[in-house]
Design a protein around this ligand. Structure first.
Ligand code: ADP
Ligand code: MG
Length: 771
């Protein structure tokens, strides 16, 4: 039937591309103008505007839950009407009441002329059932619809179809004041009536459809827009969800195939090299997970096509060791490795810990260096000119086997002698373009290892990182004492004081403590770039994506009730000053850390903290990722409700890394029962990052998960839900990879290829960039 022929690519037998046809030509100017207000310009746009839900005409809509401000369409029965003159003005008011049998809703119409209202009153006479649509308003504490549109099936033009219709599921479309749901439905039906199979080329290959028993596209569109039974629209939606997953997975599979098609230098392990020497001096044994992932990575580095792997794992699961071992294998094979970190603090720390772990193995050419050794060099934006020149020379000559850096590594001046491996730490801060920029510095495509900061559910990983293979480290090395988390509600007198006492006790015990603040300074609203604040962000710009964070400040778009102005969020300078003045902490040096400080000052502060000279550090989320101070045992998070769940988890991962148990105290003024409090309760209840990721996602909208590009109009994911539709995504990924492996350019699947290009490309760059 729809064999992979030109039938898909060229317009149908009419000689026109029906899907690109402007709606004006099919449904008339007036309707087309109204539909355009919903962003629907073409026949294809309208067909892909799916119903939001389906009403069962044998049951009235529950009127209990209609939020003020929502545009709604309800199926209800008229109950009473009455006309009265307006008070103090000329004109009349028609009030009607509709009901679902339990609850009522008021309808209000104004009119100059009693006659016109009387006509409406007749239409709305008690006992009729119909559809009512409008925006829910409120008057004197009661919800109402003002000037709603209404439709009684028995008045519909097609009287003959009315009886039948009364038993069919009623599609309810996302609508607006410009055109009611049934206006959209009528337009869709008009369009559907004119279409033939060849007008709607199907991106799903025939074989895939046949195997899964999925209907063709035209039939599917009929099932969702004009269902005869509930099973119809369910089957239609099922197939559309699969289509969405399949098209996205095919695009990702193509990206993966493109990367695989590039030649890479094989970097086979070299017995007796630096890696072996490193393993011999490791003070601990690798966890089973580290060994398993290590073996996979080692084998992939030895192939002649680039490794494309993501390593995700629980906070503290030891991803860095896995990455370092991969880097050493590449160095042993004569290549260089670059480690890209999201912040200067983290880059500097990586350089320090890697050098420390390597010891003499990182002192090539130096007195005391091992025979077989390399160099670790750090490239950041804040290096002095001579230091930078030296670092760049080491990278360019190949003297430095390991080059650690921030975005500065991407800049033009940075050259490598033979870049064999790129490790991207904390992937969510880096975009694909940046990855590609770094990869372009190698003669052949380098191998790629991406590490995520926090665990994400598998299907999300498959959706967002579908072009990468995924490895997961689930276990945390034995011997970690772990962290206990307690909530400190600000309303409870004495609790906060108790928290400071705990801090003092830990310090007296020789340990260190973090005090986390959302803001940098009390003087302005500046928030650390990349801070994942939720709700009521004082200044949305301040918390924006300056750090390239996948998620920035999140407004939910709903109006907020006016109330007292929010208490300013805790700021580093202010809190540090207060702690220094606190008798309880007398004699305890208190440091301050945030991203606005010069890099050398930050390094000095971190060193003083790690070494114990300054045992209390008041800081922003700048310490979020990767900072490793084994003696840190306590973390007090101020305004904890304002941080996102995965960020909280990441922050908490900074303590309890040694043999002493950690205590995390989350200070909050969130009211009991609020979503913020629920989030914190989940946070206190478990340290399982995968579980927290699920809670986090369930609380957020899908669009936040996949990035803005996937949530708006024109998005390619309309029905698919990354959490609920795991099976579909799994299946689609398998099918899509098989298809693309057999036909990487999709030459035999022109409709699919075109759909990927049309549907994903404009968004894809941005979408993938957010990963
Ligand atoms: P993350 O996965 O969060 O990046 P890291 O790689 O920073 O974790 O490791 C956290 C700490 O655990 C480091 O101090 C590291 O040296 C240590 N570590 C890593 N692997 C092991 C292991 N197998 N046994 C004991 N400690 C380990
Ligand atoms: Mg890490």
């Amino acid at each position: 039937m729809t064999a992979p022929s030109a039938a898909g690519l060229t317009p149908g037998s009419h000689g026109r591309d029906r899907l690109a046809e402007p709606l004006r030509a099919v449904v008339g100017t007036k309707t087309a103008t109204a539909l355009a207000k919903l962003g629907l310009e073409t026949v294809g746009d309208l067909l892909r505007h799916y119903p939001r839900r389906y009403d069962d005409p044998s049951r009235l809509t529950d009127l209990a839950d209609l939020p003020v401000g929502d545009h709604v369409t309800v199926f209800a029965r008229t109950k009473s009407t009455g006309i009265r003159p307006m008070r103090g003005k000329s004109g009349f008011i028609l009030s009607a009441v509709i009901t679902d049998g339990h609850r009522d809703l008021d309808l209000t119409f104004f009119g100059k002329n009693r006659g016109i209202l009387a006509h409406r009153e007749h239409m709305l006479r008690p006992g009729r059932t119909g559809l009512f649509t409008g925006t829910i308003g409120e008057f004197r504490g009661k919800r109402q619809l003002t000037h709603p549109d209404y439709l009684f099936p028995e008045d519909a033009e097609e009287r003959t179809r009315a009886a039948e219709r009364a038993t069919l599921p009623t599609p309810i479309y996302p609508a607006s004041g410009a055109i009611p749901s049934w206006g959209i439905r009528a337009a869709v039906e008009t369009v559907l009536d004119t279409l033939r199979e060849e007008d709607v080329p199907d991106p799903l290959p025939e074989a895939v459809r046949a195997e899964r028993g999925l209907p063709g596209l035209l039939e599917t569109l009929r099932l969702v827009h004009a269902p005869r039974t509930a099973e119809d629209w369910q089957a239609g939606q099922e197939r559309l969800r699969f289509e969405e997953a399949f098209v996205l997975q095919a695009a990702l599979a193509q990206r993966r195939a493109e990367a695989r098609a590039q030649p890479a230098t094989a970097r086979a392990p070299r017995p007796g090299g630096i890696l072996d020497a490193f393993d011999a001096r490791l003070p601990f044994s690798l966890t089973a997970g580290q060994q398993e992932v290590g073996a996979t990575v080692a084998a992939e580095l030895a192939r002649t096509w680039p490794m494309q792997r993501m390593l995700q794992g629980e906070v503290g699961s030891g991803k860095t060791v896995v990455a370092l071992r991969a880097m050493l294998q590449v160095v042993d094979a004569g290549g260089q490795a670059a480690l890209l970190a999201p912040t200067e603090v983290l880059a500097a720390q990586h350089a320090r810990t890697i050098s420390a772990m390597l010891g003499p193995l990182a002192e090539a050419g130096m007195l005391g260096g091992a025979d077989r050794a390399t160099r670790v060099t750090l490239v950041t934006g804040s290096l002095s000119a001579p230091a930078r020149r030296a670092a760049l020379a080491q990278a360019a000559s190949g003297e430095a086997g390991i080059v650690v850096g921030t975005h500065a590594l991407l800049s033009q001046g940075v050259q490598f002698a033979d870049l064999g491996l790129v490790v991207v730490d904390e992937q969510h801060r880096f975009g694909v373009e940046q990855r590609d920029a770094l990869r372009a510095k190698a003669m052949h495509a380098p191998h790629l290892l991406v590490m995520t900061a926090t665990p994400i559910p598998r299907t999300v990983a498959m959706t967002v990182f579908g072009d990468l293979e995924i490895s997961t480290l689930r276990e945390v090395p034995a011997g970690r004492a772990g962290v206990r988390t307690h909530l400190v509600p600000l309303g409870r007198p004495g609790w906060l004081e108790r928290a400071w006492q705990r801090l003092r006790e830990q310090v007296d015990d020789g340990a260190r403590g973090f005090v986390l603040c959302p803001r940098i300074t009390a003087a302005d609203d500046a928030v650390e770039p990349g801070t994942d604040l939720t709700e009521d962000v004082p200044d949305e710009d301040g918390a924006g994506d300056a750090g390239g964070g996948a998620r920035g400040a999140r407004g939910d778009g709903t109006a907020r009730a006016a109330g007292p102005p929010p208490r300013p969020l805790a700021a580093v300078d202010d809190i540090a000053a207060r702690l220094r003045a606190m008798p309880l902490l007398a004699g305890v040096p208190v440091g301050e850390l945030h991203g606005r400080l010069p890099a050398d000052e930050r390094d000095a502060t971190m060193a003083a903290f790690a070494g114990g000279a300054v045992p209390v550090l008041v800081t922003t989320t700048v310490i979020e990722v990767g900072v490793d101070v084994p003696d840190a045992t306590i973390m007090i998070i101020l305004d904890a409700d304002r941080f996102g769940l995965s960020q909280l988890h990441q922050l908490r991962g900074r303590i309890g890394r040694g043999t002493r148990p950690g205590t995390c105290l989350a200070v909050t003024s969130a009211p009991p029962g609020s979503p913020a409090m629920e989030r914190l309760e989940a946070f206190a209840a478990t340290t399982d990052g995968f579980e927290l990721a699920r809670v986090d996602l369930a609380q957020r909208r899908e669009g936040d998960v996949l990035g803005a590009a996937q949530s708006g109009r024109g998005s390619s994911l309309r029905l698919l839900r990354v959490l609920e539709d795991a099976d579909i995504i799994d299946a689609a990924r398998g099918e899509a990879r098989a298809l693309v492996d057999a036909d990487p350019t999709l030459a035999a699947y022109p409709v699919l290829a075109r759909t990927i290009a049309e549907q994903l490309d404009p968004e894809r760059a941005e979408f993938l960039d957010r990963t």
